[in-house]
Design a protein around this ligand. Structure first.
Ligand SMILES: *[C@@H]1O[C@H](CO)[C@@H](O)[C@H](O)[C@H]1NC(C)=O
Length: 631
């Protein structure tokens, strides 16, 4: 628990060194990382980002959903005490014990009050108003207690006429709440909050009403404010924040999906990673470079697309995607038809058109049942859609066609890996290597799997062997570096990332993989909290690959941890734009919305901003030591 007690969350390490997952997307990584680092996730996605000027981030412990920050042990703030007192008073006046009976006005006693309306109230003295208001409110509480809501509403309304009070409004709102008259609840709680901006009960009541009215953003804002006032001590409110965050994100995701360009490809980093998770095959016979094929034919377009893919750039992939669409429109593909469906499906999947992509793979398999790659790709699509059973069935079918195809074992290993079944994964990676040892990613993934199983020594040995046998492959150094980083061996890790960057530059100057840059940024941050250097590296990555979602999200996290919330929001929104599938969009938007709500709370409730600052002051004292101990 030591980590939870005060330490800020660790920076997102590539804590989960997933080398080329089946779908190497940011959000896979993010989700994996998230499950290991609940802290920061709750900070961002969850229950309000509480960032201090010192860049220390408070967070909730995921298991307990309780605040675990220094703020928790700090003495309550003045307004909190005041509120407590007011609530205690309200409680006391509700429970009319026998001894108090004589003094406490009853519902009947209220009938003896003079007529209460705007005109008569104007004639009362201040003392009369206070006295009558209290009697009316107490009577209202009794009526509320016996579920006579119309009567209670009438009594509270008269109390308000005598003397406007946040508690009277809030209590009348409770009556409307019981009657499910949500717009009236909003009206009364708003009046209460205007009189007392940190009135938690009223905020929660209004949030609930907004939720019933499907005004999710408003509801989220109120619940977030309530959480901050309450210092995250009320589980129902923190849960509500998470629930609303998801609803808001889903609502907004629908808009994004509607306006999304259906032909947009993800970043070249993403596409390359996906494509290179299959062993490169020579160009099929009849489609090689030296075969002259007119562009006006299906085969010509197929050849064109395959050639364009080899450029590994954004333009190249765009060109390929369009060529495969055209190839199938033109038709007359002969023995290459199954390949054409496979390729069109691959790019449709990359564009996020999952259903269409599945249909293409079905067609490809129907045309050539022995073409195992189509089963494997269909498996990866099923997996991404959360359908593990279909994915496993696809892989079994593929093996029944050809049980000596190393790609099938590699992808079955990936399936085991992402489900945490490391023994089975290791076995399949090894099988893939035994069938064809020239595919570097089987080795890399085997090393990562050994690491995940706790066999650090064998993992490091695997990577040293990789460096020896594949000394020209930058990916080896990148993933080796990730594992070193995970062991806090910063200097060695940075050295590996530098080597990987240098090789990327030399071997693929036009299509650099930017992961080593991002990893180096994380290493610099983790080692020395070097925000500036880390940001620069992310910016560089974004110049090379402007659509790289991992770079965008890493940037957002760096900014968030420095307390630059507004700037972080921009990057989270950008991440949502770049997200590929509906699930990823919702995910990205939850982070964006959590950040946005945080900003809104601070603007709308300046006194809460001050409160957050106050929490920060407590944390600043913990100093950088907390960072070092964070992981
Ligand atoms: C099985 O796959 C391997 C590797 O791709 C290939 O060399 C072999 O020809 C395939 N066998 C059949 C029967 O298709």
């Amino acid at each position: 628990m030591s980590r939870a007690s005060a330490a800020p969350p660790p920076m997102p390490p590539l804590a989960q060194p997933v080398a080329i997952p089946v779908e190497p997307s940011l959000w896979d990584r993010f989700t994996n990382w998230a499950s290991e680092n609940k802290a920061l996730v709750y900070t961002i996605a969850g229950v309000a980002v509480v960032v201090t000027s010192a860049g220390v981030v408070y967070y909730l412990n995921g298991d307990a959903q309780k605040p675990r920050s220094a703020a928790q042990s700090k003495p309550s703030k003045k307004e909190r005490r005041k509120r407590k007192e007011a609530e205690r008073q309200a409680e006391a006046s509700k429970s009319t014990s026998a001894g108090e009976q004589a003094k406490a006005p009853t519902v009947e006693a209220v009938d003896e009050l003079p007529e209460i309306n705007e005109d008569t109230v104007a004639t009362f003295t201040d003392e009369q108003r206070r006295d009558y208001a209290l009697q009316l409110k107490n009577a209202g509480n009794k009526a509320y207690g016996s579920k006579d809501y119309d009567r209670a509403i009438d009594l509270y309304s008269k109390a308000i006429l005598c003397k406007p009070d946040s508690i009277f409004y809030s209590n009348r709102a409770a009556c409307y709440n019981a009657q499910s008259v949500w717009d009236k609840v909003v009206e009364d709680t708003t009046a209460a909050i205007n009189l007392d901006p940190t009135y938690v009960k009223a905020l929660n009541r209004r949030a609930n009403a907004y939720e019933h009215l499907s005004q999710f953003s408003e509801s989220l804002l109120d619940y977030t404010a309530s959480c901050i006032i309450d210092e995250f001590k009320t589980e129902s409110s923190t849960n509500a924040v998470e629930r609303l965050l998801k609803k808001v994100a889903e609502q907004k995701a629908e808009e994004i999906l509607k306006s999304k360009d259906p032909n947009k490809l993800p970043s070249p980093t993403f596409v390359s990673n996906y494509i290179q998770s299959f062993r490169a095959k020579p160009r099929p016979e009849g489609l090689e470079d030296d075969v002259e094929l007119p562009e006006s034919t299906g085969k010509g377009q197929l050849q064109l697309g395959l050639k364009a893919m080899e450029k590994k750039t954004h333009e190249g992939y765009e060109e390929a995607a369009n060529a495969f669409e055209k190839a199938l429109e033109l038709g007359d593909l002969g023995e290459h038809e199954a390949l054409a469906y496979n390729l069109r499906g691959t790019f449709r999947n990359l564009r996020g058109a999952q259903e269409q992509a599945l249909q293409d793979m079905d067609k490809s398999i129907e045309l050539d049942p022995s073409y195992t790659q189509s089963y494997v790709k269909r498996a990866s699509m099923h997996l991404e859609m959360g359908d593990r059973a279909s994915a496993a069935a696809d892989l079994e079918q593929a093996l029944s066609q050809n049980d000596s195809d190393p790609d099938i074992y590699y992808h079955r290993a990936q399936l085991h890996f992402i489900h945490g079944e490391f023994q089975d994964a290791a076995k399949d990676y090894q099988k893939s290597i035994d069938l064809d040892s020239s595919f570097i990613f089987s080795h890399i993934q085997l090393g990562v799997t050994q690491y995940k199983m706790g066999s650090v020594a064998s993992s490091m040995a695997t990577f040293r062997r990789c460096v020896k046998n594949f000394d020209k492959v930058p990916d080896v150094y990148n993933y080796y570096g990730e594992l070193l980083l995970d062991q806090s061996k910063y200097d060695e890790a940075i050295q590996k990332f530098d080597t990987a960057m240098e090789m990327e530059k030399q071997t693929k100057p036009l299509a650099m993989n930017v992961l080593p840059l991002i990893n180096k940024a994380l290493a610099l941050f983790q080692q020395k909290a070097e925000f500036t250097e880390a940001e620069k590296l992310c910016e560089k990555a974004l110049i090379i690959d402007p659509e790289c979602d991992i770079a965008v999200a890493t940037m957002a996290q760096l900014l968030l941890q420095q307390g630059k919330i507004t700037e972080a929001l921009k990057y989270f929104e950008r991440a949502a734009e770049l997200a590929r599938t509906p699930g990823e969009i919702v995910n990205a938007l939850s982070y964006a919305e959590a950040t946005r709500t945080q900003i809104q709370v601070q603007e709308k409730y300046p006194q809460l901003a001050a409160k957050l600052q106050g929490m920060g002051a407590g944390a600043a004292g913990m100093g950088a030591g907390a960072f070092a101990g964070a992981r």
